[in-house]
Design a protein around this ligand. Structure first.
Ligand SMILES: Cc1cc2nc3c(=O)[nH]c(=O)nc-3n(C[C@H](O)[C@H](O)[C@H](O)COP(=O)(O)OP(=O)(O)OC[C@H]3O[C@@H](n4cnc5c(N)ncnc54)[C@H](O)[C@@H]3O)c2cc1C
Ligand code: SF4
Ligand code: SF4
Length: 609
């Protein structure tokens, strides 16, 4: 099929692109702004393919200053967007360890002891220090609390009501079509194949969509973006080494909750010093809350779900959550390389936007507005080129889209943020100091150090638990878990002092229940597996098997094949965490690891995350 513009992914970046473009493809007098090359006589034909089964199945926080969003919708009425609220009270909280199981350095423990000793004169309650001052760059004053799912459904309705562009959910793009060095469109995923991709009954090869411009907005782990990175490389000194796994619950708070819509709580310090948490309150007693497990957290059993439950049980948060009920659950990778992970933003026939194009601000923890702005900037550039009848070449896209991006607040603020998190490579305290330095000096001072891949820094399980669990106990836990076909992290965490989770069937539910009740995870048959292990021999000799421990959906489990894990598509939430949670680099490319994450269907079926 031939169209003029094809978009991959319907996240905030493509939302910004289509919101801007769709309104201006036809002039006020009804004439097209330019003639379609694919269908002469008509306005440019624009299609968007979204992988997930609906357009509101994404996962995010969200609290945002909404600067770019408000510029697109100056009359925005948040009452029209379900779950939206203006930002009210904002707090940053340092959570003390009430259990004694957290892996804290001596400095952290000394700090905790000091806070406890002086709690009579400090704003400490329920084992949390309410930071009396936080730098202004962290504030979202005047912004909005949103649900990603509800927000994207609203954006989708705005875009589709104009009638000039089409959005197709449930349609993953499998690969970019590249001729010489020109991207000429995308190929959709084959249907009617077995798990290995072999044609079966009802085989339908993925359709080729040819387009003069391919807009790549497939997020931080999108297969099309990564294909382009592999083909065209990254700009010199750029790399994708900083990530976090974000996992969240959407919760009905108890009837008598004192929390007002718009309340924003940010936490750090617990369950481990490296783990950040967020708690945002929507209207009608609903809250979005969750944690980020970052790439610099050196645990080889970094089980996000288990840590999320311990975080919820922290006394400061649990007093608000006790009696609440799970509505929805989800997980997704957050690309945290920022500008340093920026790929080539444009090439012949393609442009990159959003988080996969280095837009996220790692200092302010803000990605939605930045992604949106890149989409708007590209749409303005596309309209300019269409009107001037200029082709979508690298040169023309750089002279318009990339130029506008470089001249905007996105670039200025991205430069301030670029090295702001490097301190975390040497520990959480240096990390916080580095962030404060970078923020307060506008990026002039940083605690720079080179980010490493998890496989370069992860200790063995024995080393990580040294002094807490004896190697022979670890060997026994390994053997027991292998016999049961389960991951090690629950047994190891409990042996290291973390209490068992007191399941209540409402909010504290098993990981499987979160998948089924909260995530409503599904995978339609007839598609190939999208997660696979590239070199099985590397898995066979791999000791940590961190892919199993870290999998957000328990979709990767110990396998039958002599140490090669097994993948179950029906549990995969497409978070992408496995991509970087592998302890073995590829022999020919140490920037990549032994797991492949391709285009796939299904996943989460909740529009509230
Ligand atoms: C838990 C969590 C909390 C967050 N909190 C905040 C916050 O409070 N404030 C904030 O500003 N930001 C927050 N972020 C970051 C923010 O969500 C992202 O920066 C933003 O969503 C990026 O938008 P995007 O359009 O670039 O990518 P995405 O939102 O990732 O969208 C990409 C889309 O492409 C689709 N896609 C992927 N592959 C394909 C394919 N092959 N074919 C078709 N479609 C495909 C995906 O399904 C997805 O819908 C958070 C992120 C997470 C994970
Ligand atoms: S995918 Fe990576 S972490 Fe998992 S078993 Fe294989 S080599 Fe080990
Ligand atoms: S297998 Fe699926 S659920 Fe598990 S980490 Fe990978 S993408 Fe996430």
């Amino acid at each position: 099929m031939d169209v003029d513009i094809v978009c991959v992914g319907f996240g905030p970046a493509v939302g910004g692109f289509l919101s801007t473009l769709s309104k201006r493809l036809v002039n006020a007098d009804g004439t097209p702004v330019a003639e379609s090359a694919a269908m002469p006589g008509l306005p440019p034909q624009v299609l968007c393919y979204e992988r997930a089964d609906d357009i509101g199945f994404g996962v995010s926080g969200i609290v945002t200053r909404a600067r770019a969003l408000r510029a697109s919708f100056p009359e925005i009425d948040q009452a029209q967007i379900s779950m939206a609220a203006p930002v009210g009270e904002e707090k940053a909280l340092y959570l003390l360890d009430p259990i004694g199981a957290s892996r804290r350095s001596a400095l952290f423990r000394a700090g905790d002891a000091t806070i406890r000793a002086f709690k009579w004169m400090l704003p400490v309650e329920h084992d949390a220090l309410d930071l009396p001052w936080t730098p202004s760059f962290l504030h979202k004053t005047g912004g909005l609390v949103l649900s990603m799912g509800q927000f994207m459904q609203w954006v989708g309705a705005q875009v589709q009501s104009v009638g000039t562009v089409q959005i197709w959910p449930g349609a993953p793009a499998a690969q970019a079509l590249i001729q010489d060095s020109q991207v000429v469109g995308v190929r959709l995923l084959d249907q009617g194949v077995d798990k290995q991709g072999r044609p079966g009954d009802g085989f339908m090869p993925g359709m080729d969509i040819h387009a003069a411009l391919t807009v790549v907005g497939d997020g931080p782990v999108g297969p099309i973006g990564r294909q382009l990175d592999a083909r065209f490389g990254l700009p010199q000194a750029h790399h994708l080494r900083d990530w976090a796994v974000g996992m969240k619950f959407v919760v009905d708070l108890p009837q008598d909750t004192p929390l007002k819509a718009g309340t924003v709580l940010h936490t750090f310090g617990f369950p481990e010093p490296e783990i950040f948490g967020f708690f945002y309150v929507h209207p009608e007693r609903v809250a979005s809350l969750g944690i980020f497990v970052p790439s610099w957290f050196d645990s080889p059993v970094r089980a996000t779900y288990r840590y999320l439950q311990h975080w919820m049980l922290h006394p400061y948060l649990w007093r608000y959550l006790k009696g609440g009920k799970l509505r929805s659950w989800g997980a997704k990778t957050l690309g945290e390389s920022g500008l340093r992970g920026e790929p080539h933003l444009a090439g012949n026939g393609y442009a990159r936007i959003g988080e996969g194009a280095g837009a996220t601000n790692v200092l302010t923890g803000s990605g939605l507005d930045e992604a949106w702005l890149t989409g708007v900037q590209l749409a303005e550039a596309v309209l300019e080129l269409l009107k001037a009848k200029k082709p979508f070449t690298k040169e023309n896209l750089e002279a318009t889209y990339v130029k506008a991006r470089r001249a905007s607040w996105l670039e200025t603020e991205g430069r301030v943020a670029e090295k702001s998190r490097d301190g975390f490579q040497k520990g959480p305290l240096r990390g916080m100091l580095g962030m404060a330095l970078a923020g307060l000096t506008q990026g002039r001072l940083t605690l720079a150090s080179q980010p490493l891949q998890p496989w370069q820094r992860l200790p063995t399980i024995e080393d990580y638990f040294r002094g807490r669990i004896a190697p022979e106990q670890i060997a026994k836990i390994r053997a027991d878990c292998k016999a049961q076909g389960v991951s090690l992290h629950a047994a190891l965490m409990e042996r290291a002092g973390w209490p068992a989770i007191p399941y209540d069937g409402q909010l504290l539910v098993s990981h499987q229940d979160a998948l089924l009740l909260g995530g409503k995870v599904q995978a339609p048959p007839g598609y190939a597996d999208h997660v696979f292990f590239l070199y099985p021999e590397l898995c066979r000799k791999c000791g940590t098997k961190i892919c199993i421990e870290a999998c957000s959906g328990q979709a990767i489990a110990p396998g039958e094949d002599g140490g090669v894990p097994a993948f179950d598509r029906e549990k995969c939430v497409h978070c992408g965490a496995c991509l970087w949670n592998c302890s073995q680099p590829l022999p020919d490319d140490p920037e990549r690891m032994n797991i492949a994450f391709g285009a796939g269907t299904g996943g989460l079926h909740s529009a509230e995350n």
